[in-house]
Design a protein around this ligand. Structure first.
Ligand code: FAD
Ligand code: DLZ
Ligand code: SF4
Length: 508
């Protein structure tokens, strides 16, 4: 009698818990490309191609390692289109004792899995995902009884747990966090590392044809396609990052430059999230770079914090607060997402740059996501659920467990302050400071009101005033409201008129 081990598209890791406890000679592995997963939001074509190709390569590796693998391709005859349907078909093909799965990362899929035991009259064993550092129980215990769930304190526990950048019980260098050194704007004459690009092999070429045919109506450019699709290739991307970009990662983490899509970012999230790279191993490699004196502490600490801090923390919040979290809309925002989020056709250079590169690469870096597309949507009052579905569809690294808290919580303040202590709202001044976008924009970042003024400027005040009842008690916004109250009445109403005119033009 054998077990059926279902491996999902974001579980492409040889050390996965379900594989660790499986028996190579008896058990059967099932991997399946299913229509439901590719379309519950219309994912970017490149994201589907990345996953299908990485899944096919992983299945091949498992077979070569001696596992019995059933791999169902999207266009296989009789493909039912869903995980449940494929499990049912597998059960009818062979005699299976138990179904085994490493816990799905998304609530939606977990709910589905929970129904299988009854439906198939089989035991379904759900194992913890051993690629995360904090267990659900650890996060719940940390969160219990706390008034505020601040990432910084959770992060310190994760430093202690992993012993990364620790000097005994103390943080390396004496400080836990070197973020204050990480806010330099970039200059366009800096040397930017080039991302490693991989030629599509036969497997990827076949996937590209499939995606072009089946998902033609999805957002995004399918080609050129140069993502890593194997562990070996993803490790090459990591090696390249450590050598060429990590030393400057910290300094320019918040910078944005026209035509520079990647700057000193790692481009690793899509690979970490689908299992081609292990997050803890990535952090250990970064620590070695620091210990060998090849990268400064602010870069190593800044990077490690993103992974063992932010990444683990948002996962903890997701599982702590779902399923009600996804429905939250603290600011009661209800505007439709502007069409230009799908086309990039806007005169606002910052938004055009961020959206166009998203369309081309299924990638934008954190500050573009937070302070350009996210900031604009929040200032304009877009329904956070629409914003969430956009981010979930357009980025190659997007899975609900990580995308939702970042979008609805951090960028839209839709959770009312669980993730961030205040909204990440900013006028054009911030974008002008951190980028060169404003230089060639049809709008003038220095002008506050009127047709030629940067729309972010008046929208910023409109957002604060529109939401005054909900936000004025926030101690971190006290100064901003005092500034507003000191402005003369004429100036205030011209800000609001200007913003209203702009918002009306969005609705046309
Ligand atoms: P780098 O800048 O090189 O950072 C290193 C690594 O740290 C990343 O690879 C990632 O694994 C991790 N990381 C950094 N910031 C975060 C964060 N806030 N949350 C979780 N992990 C983080 N990240 C995703 O992985 N998937 C998403 O769907 C996603 N959606 C986002 C939506 C919004 C609105 C915002 C503001 C952020 C989102 N992020 C998401 C976080 C972050 O923007 C991306 O992880 C990062 O841009 C990926 O690019 P990179 O690999 O070059 O990251
Ligand atoms: C994102 C995605 C896509 C596009 N397609 C598949 C698929 O066909 N088969 C599969 O096993 N997984 C896919 N995934 C990833 C899943 O959506 C992901 O495993 C779940 O959301 C759980 O996190
Ligand atoms: Fe964006 Fe305003 Fe700068 Fe134009 S002027 S790029 S809209 S911030």
């Amino acid at each position: 009698m054998s077990n059926l081990i279902l491996i999902l598209g974001d579980q492409l890791s040889h050390g996965l818990s379900s594989l660790k406890f499986a028996n190579k000679s008896q058990d059967r592995i099932l991997m399946c490309e299913v229509h439901d997963e590719a379309t519950y939001v219309k994912h970017h074509k490149k994201k589907i191609a990345l996953l299908f190709s990485a899944m096919r390569h992983f299945a091949k590796e498992l077979s070569s390692d001696g596992w019995k693998v059933d791999y169902i391709k999207l266009d296989d005859k009789n493909n039912s289109g869903s995980f449940k349907g494929e499990v049912e078909r597998a059960l009818s093909r062979q005699t299976i004792e138990n179904i085994v799965i490493t816990e799905p990362a998304e609530y939606r899929v977990m709910q589905d899995v929970k129904s299988w035991s009854k439906q198939f009259d089989k035991s379904v064993e759900v194992l913890p995902d051993n690629r995360f550092i904090a267990t659900h129980h650890e996060f719940e215990s940390w969160a219990e009884g706390r008034k505020q769930l601040r990432m910084e304190y959770f992060y310190r526990d994760m430093r202690r747990k992993t012993n990364l950048l620790m000097d005994g019980d103390e943080p390396e260098g004496g400080k836990w966090n070197y973020d204050s050194e990480n806010r330099k704007p970039a200059k366009d004459d800096m040397f930017m590392p080039k991302p490693v690009r991989f030629e599509p092999d036969k497997i990827t070429q076949e996937v590209l044809k499939l995606v072009a045919t089946k998902f033609d109506d999805h957002f995004g450019d399918l080609e050129p396609f140069w993502f890593a699709v194997t562990h070996e290739q993803a490790n090459e991307v990591l090696d390249n990052f450590l050598e060429a970009a990590l030393p400057s990662f910290g300094d320019y983490q918040d910078a944005m430059l026209t035509g520079q899509k990647f700057l000193y970012h790692s481009l690793l999230s899509a690979y970490i999230n689908c299992g081609l790279l292990n997050p803890l191993e990535v952090c250990k490699r970064v620590e070695i770079e620091y210990k060998k004196g090849r990268v400064p502490l602010n870069a190593a600490e800044g990077f490690i914090r993103q992974i063992i801090g932010w990444r683990e923390y948002v996962r903890g919040i997701y599982w702590l607060k779902m399923p009600e979290y996804v429905k939250r809309n603290f600011l009661e925002a209800d505007r439709k997402l502007p069409d230009f989020y799908w086309t990039g056709k806007t005169d606002m250079t910052c938004l055009r740059e961020a959206i166009t590169q998203t369309k081309e690469e299924a990638y934008a870096h954190h500050i573009q996501r937070l302070m350009v597309t996210g900031n604009f949507a929040m200032l304009a009052g877009v329904d956070p659920h629409e914003v969430h579905e956009w981010y979930l569809a357009v980025y190659a690294d997007a899975y609900e467990w990580v995308e939702l808290p970042n979008t609805l919580g951090m960028s839209q303040f839709g959770d009312g302050g669980i993730l961030g202590s205040k909204p990440y709202a900013a006028s054009g001044n911030y974008i002008n400071k951190m980028s060169d976008y404003c230089k060639d924009c049809r709008y003038d970042v220095k002008q506050k009101i009127g047709e030629d003024a940067c729309p972010f400027n008046a929208l910023y005040w409109h957002f604060l005033i529109r939401n005054e009842d909900k936000l004025k008690g926030n101690p971190r916004l006290g100064q901003v409201y005092r500034t507003w109250n000191k402005m003369d009445e004429k100036k205030r109403s011209s800000y609001l008129d200007s913003a209203n005119q702009f918002l009306n033009s969005l609705d046309i």
